[in-house]
Every structure is written in C-alpha cells, then in structure tokens.
Write a protein that binds this ligand. Structure first.
Ligand code: SF4
Length: 140
C-alpha cells in the first residue's frame, strides 16, 4: 500500500484541477520529522511513500526522497509532478516511481488511455520504464 502525501502551494494551476485547494500555501511544512510521524502511524501497512506535488520546491522533494531511502530503505519512494519534464533540481535515481504531466481535463487522468500523463518505474540507476498503460481502465 502507498502512503500518498499531498503537498500544497502547487504552481501548476492546471485548468480543471481536481484538487484546487492545493493551490494555496496551507498545512504544515513537510520535514523529515513530519515524515517520521507518518511512518510511525502507518509503518505496518505501507510499502511505498509518494509525494503528490511539490513542484514549487522540487529540490526539497528530492532531499526528502534521499532521506527516506537512507533512513527507511524498505520503502519505495514516488513523486507525482504536475510538470511536463523532471526538473534539473531532481536526481531521478532518488525515486522509484516518477509521474509527470499536468492534468488536462479532456485527456483524462492516469487511468484513461488518452491521458498525457506518464508514470515511470525505475529499472536501475537513472533508467526508467514507462508503466502508464498498467493503470488504464479496461474497456468493457
Ligand atoms: S498539478 Fe495537480 S494539484 Fe497542481 S494544479 Fe495540476 S491537477 Fe491541480
């Protein structure tokens, strides 16, 4: 099971955003200590921790991924970005999964075959494989 953590202050402002409350700078700063509190609460249930957003401070997301892999190597680490490309402040090899692409309403979300969004799984080092099609809803 994945623990998904929403990060506010989203700068992407996708038209038709499904979570526009995340455009505001709300909530508490996401620090290693806050991550530890989440882990204490859910450690028996989770195998992966995923950062949802954080494009305003992608370097900080990268640093949290480094922290998680160092302190909790048993967990996979994912990042859902609303940007089209992974920013240079991110070292891709710090993540096991990376999703890129803004939400474009008429193209749909990751579950739709028409989606512009892409989800990549790390194969080794900096090498990733596109696994988006695994999420597509099957047509009846
Ligand atoms: S990246 Fe996500 S939260 Fe941000 S505007 Fe786009 S859909 Fe909304």
């Amino acid at each position: 099971m994945t623990l998904s953590i929403n990060i506010s202050n989203c700068p992407c402002h996708c038209p038709g955003c499904h979570s526009s409350y995340l455009w505001q700078d709300i909530g508490e700063p996401l620090t290693p200590m806050v991550l530890e509190q989440f882990i204490q609460k859910y450690e028996d249930e989770i195998t992966c921790i995923c950062f949802m957003g954080g494009d305003a401070e992608s370097k900080a997301v990268n640093d949290l991924a480094v922290y998680l892999h160092r302190e909790h190597p048993q967990y996979k680490v994912g990042w859902y970005s609303g940007r089209t490309h992974v920013p240079t402040s991110i070292c891709k090899s710090n993540f096991d999964y990376i999703k890129v692409g803004p939400y474009i309403k008429h193209l749909g979300c990751l579950k739709d075959m028409t989606t512009n969004q892409r989800l990549y799984k790390r194969v080794s080092g900096d090498e990733f494989s596109d696994i988006t099609s695994r999420f597509w809803r099957k047509k009846d």
